[in-house]
Design a binder for this molecule. Structure first.
Ligand code: UDP
Length: 239
């Protein structure tokens, strides 16, 4: 039975969409994906049937693709329908967002119409702090808050752009546009690894021909057919 969280493992942390459990090995944790959905920093709450299964499957596919292209992540293996085994990380409190097409907060902030193709990918940093609403920050803020060294920030930027080019190409071959996405990183010993998840909860995916949204904007904006969109994305990635 994989539809209930493990009872035998110690719960380390419960987030909005995932639970993290300690395994018998100190450096490995189990990530268990929930069906809970939140938006607008937790102000909107709901459930998306089967979301946990689909995000676990989609994230696993993406981490395996990135691994095959030399991007180091926390991912070890998919364990069952709802969970994956990953390396335990000390999370860097920065969310890295990469954008190829204007949408969401970028459109609002800069007055760019949604769908405007950007001349080159835009990389942004947000301070990972729910109580502050994850504010946009720059290199100077990152330095003053001691969130990362300039060298580490350069690495996060370069890695995120590499992830962008790998995912963008992979999705384009499946007639899907990668609009934007958010990444998180952490330390495993002295090494920085890509962490968290890569899923329709954390990325914007649009159908190439119709611009139909295949991501969490369907939930955020009450567009309906949320589960169907996640399922369609998974089917097209697998196919
Ligand atoms: N994103 C995320 N978690 C957040 C904020 C954003 O995963 O806490 C993702 C979001 O799904 C999108 C990208 O980062 O793919 C850019 O989001 P944006 O800044 O446009 O914010 P939004 O409009 O979603 O509030």
């Amino acid at each position: 039975m994989t539809d209930t969280p493990p009872e035998n493992l110690e719960l380390l942390y419960e987030g909005k969409a995932k639970k993290v459990y300690q395994t018998e090995l100190p450096y490995e944790v189990l990530v268990w994906f929930k069906d809970d959905a939140t938006a607008f920093n937790g102000a909107k709450k709901g459930q998306i049937h089967s979301k946990g299964l689909l995000n676990n499957a989609i994230s696993s596919l993406f981490f395996e693709l990135l691994d095959s292209r030399g991007v180091k992540s926390h991912y070890i293996r998919k364990v069952d329908d709802r969970s994956m085994l990953v390396k335990k990380l000390k999370i860097i409190q920065i969310e890295v967002v990469v954008r190829n097409i204007a949408a969401g907060s970028l459109s609002q902030r800069l007055g760019l119409p949604e769908g405007r193709v950007l001349a080159h990918p835009v990389v942004e940093f947000y301070y990972k702090d729910d109580s502050l609403g994850d504010p946009l920050i720059n290199n100077s803020h990152i330095s003053v808050l001691s969130l990362a060294t300039p060298e580490d920030l350069k690495y996060l930027t370069e890695q995120s752009l590499l992830v962008n080019s790998i995912l963008k190409e992979h999705l384009l071959a499946r007639k899907i546009k990668l609009v934007d996405f958010k990444l998180e990183y952490g330390f495993s010993d002295k090494e920085i690894l890509l962490g968290d998840e890569i899923s329709p909860d954390t990325c914007r995916f649009w159908d190439y021909d119709t611009n139909e949204k295949l991501d969490k904007d369907r939930f955020r904006r009450d567009l309906g057919n949320v589960e169907e969109a996640y399922q369609q994305l998974y089917d097209r990635l697998k196919g």
